[in-house]
Design a protein around this ligand. Structure first.
Ligand code: CA
Length: 217
């Protein structure tokens, strides 16, 4: 599952894009200003960024520089008929652009094409000695396979896709077990403890008081 950051300060457009990408099976992050987008780009692992140009704090061209430094492909969301924006974006290194208002089917097609071209689909994830390979759902430690239960795998995948971010127990529960967090019980904690032990990630997966956990690295 590819993870996409949507940067757009017009909420209806942002929500429309997010809704459709989630429906298509992508994991989405959102930012409504350029500064926050730049922070998230440096802290998290995104596979693609959909980037508006006119944004508060930092504009899309400035945010593009952060994306390039992390080697994350960018599709610009440009104003219709603004050829200068399109040309400038492409010259600066954007992979593609799409004019607003756009057709959702076209947006999804462009997203898929750029992800495939940049080989961001099913790319393996690493932290320290641990490597996770999404295409085969396997986990290696120092190159040797580690046996994980499906829940442990899903948990590790969620952590690795959200490196350095605080994950609420509620969020973890929803992603890994599905459905609403029961509010009590130690299911999440017990699975996290077991995962830490199995993979030797005691230092990397840290508990956050009253919140949940964070994978640091
Ligand atoms: Ca805008």
């Amino acid at each position: 599952m590819a993870k996409i950051l949507i940067v757009e300060d017009e909420e209806p457009i942002l929500n429309l894009i997010r809704m459709n990408l989630v429906k298509a099976g992508y994991q989405c992050g959102i930012s409504m200003d350029g500064e926050e987008a730049a922070d998230r780009i440096q802290e998290e692992d995104f596979d693609l960024i959909l980037l508006d140009i006119m944004l508060p704090k930092l504009d899309g061209y400035e945010v593009l520089e952060y994306a390039k430094s992390q080697e994350i492909p960018v599709i610009f969301l440009t104003a219709m008929g603004d050829t200068a924006q399109k040309v400038r974006g492409l010259k600066m290194g954007a992979e593609d652009y799409i004019s607003k208002p756009f057709d959702i089917a076209e947006l999804l097609a462009r997203v898929e094409t750029v992800l495939r071209r940049c080989r961001k689909l099913d790319q393996s994830l690493r932290i320290g000695a641990i490597e996770l390979r999404p295409e085969s759902r396997t986990v290696l430690k120092n190159g040797a396979p580690v046996e994980l239960t499906p829940k442990e795998y899903d948990l590790l995948y969620l952590f690795m896709r959200n490196r350095n971010r605080a994950l609420y127990r509620e969020t973890i529960y929803e992603h890994v077990w599905g459905g609403e967090y029961p509010g009590t019980g130690r299911t999440v904690d017990l699975h996290v403890q077991r995962l830490k032990k199995k993979l030797g990630l005691e230092k990397e997966i840290v508990a956050i008081y009253k919140v949940g956990y964070r994978l640091v690295g």
